[in-house]
Write a protein that binds this ligand. Structure first.
Ligand code: GLN
Length: 231
């Protein structure tokens, strides 16, 4: 089945900024997801056109068949499995809260009472924040882009951001002005997604290529390239 992908060109939608999984460097999209797709496409003999749309927009592009697949640090969830088929998992992740580095008032969720937090539309971070919002008495303001939520926290327009912890850790290690004060909340693995029942050959080719990268040690090298000692 994977061989049927050979010679084809697929449109793959992704997020705009979700470092270290996808981000722009000197105008080029780079990151763990981009390297994985590049390598797998090369080894399995298919071509890709990357569309950097934003997370929610990427899912919409897939659902409306304007894209063949999404790779965007996208978590494999039971709800999403109703509409998408996922590849084998390729990265363990989950959600965490981050606040401004200069904020000494917020020490836990209880300190968010009466405040507004931000998260990305359609994301696991948003789902988690909404799941505890009532209990702790805060409001969730969703936005489409990572950059917007980080700016909101730094400008004091949101008390906290709920995002994936590998992404928060990467940003914090680059001195993005945020810090974490609450534990990580594990929420499964990232996968490459296609529409349910469609593009089975692309999914199969991705899985074959991913396994080859893992077996050869190339997968670890890609992680190390972006995560360094944190890989
Ligand atoms: N992993 C999260 C999700 O799937 C966030 C993905 C993202 O923001 N690109 O919802």
């Amino acid at each position: 089945l994977a061989k049927k992908a050979k010679g084809k060109t697929y449109t793959i939608a992704t997020d705009t900024t979700f470092a270290p999984f996808e981000f722009r460097e000197n105008g080029k999209m780079v990151g763990i997801d981009m390297d994985l797709v590049d390598r797998i496409a090369a080894s399995q003999g298919f071509k890709v056109t990357i569309q950097s749309l934003g997370f929610n927009a990427a899912l919409q592009a897939l659902s409306s068949n304007q894209a063949d697949a999404v790779i965007a640090g996208m978590s494999i969830t039971d709800e999403r499995k109703q509409v998408y088929d996922f590849s084998d998992p390729y990265f363990q992740s989950g959600v965490q809260m981050a606040i401004a580095k200069s904020d000494d008032a917020v020490k836990g969720y209880a300190d968010l009472k009466g405040k507004t937090v931000t998260a990305k539309t359609g994301s696991e971070g948003e789902a988690y924040a909404k799941s505890i919002a009532k209990k702790y008495g805060f409001t969730v303001k969703s936005v489409d882009q990572s950059a917007t939520m980080y700016e909101m926290v730094k400008a004091g327009n949101a008390a906290a951001v709920f995002d994936d912890y590998p992404v928060l850790a990467y940003g914090i290690s680059q001195n993005n002005g945020l810090k974490t004060v609450t534990p990580k909340v594990p929420r499964g693995y990232y996968g490459f997604a296609v529409n349910k029942g469609q593009s089975a050959e692309l999914l199969a080719a991705f899985n074959v290529g991913l396994k080859e990268l893992k077996d050869s040690g190339e997968y670890d090298k890609i992680l190390a390239k972006y995560l360094g000692a944190n890989a």
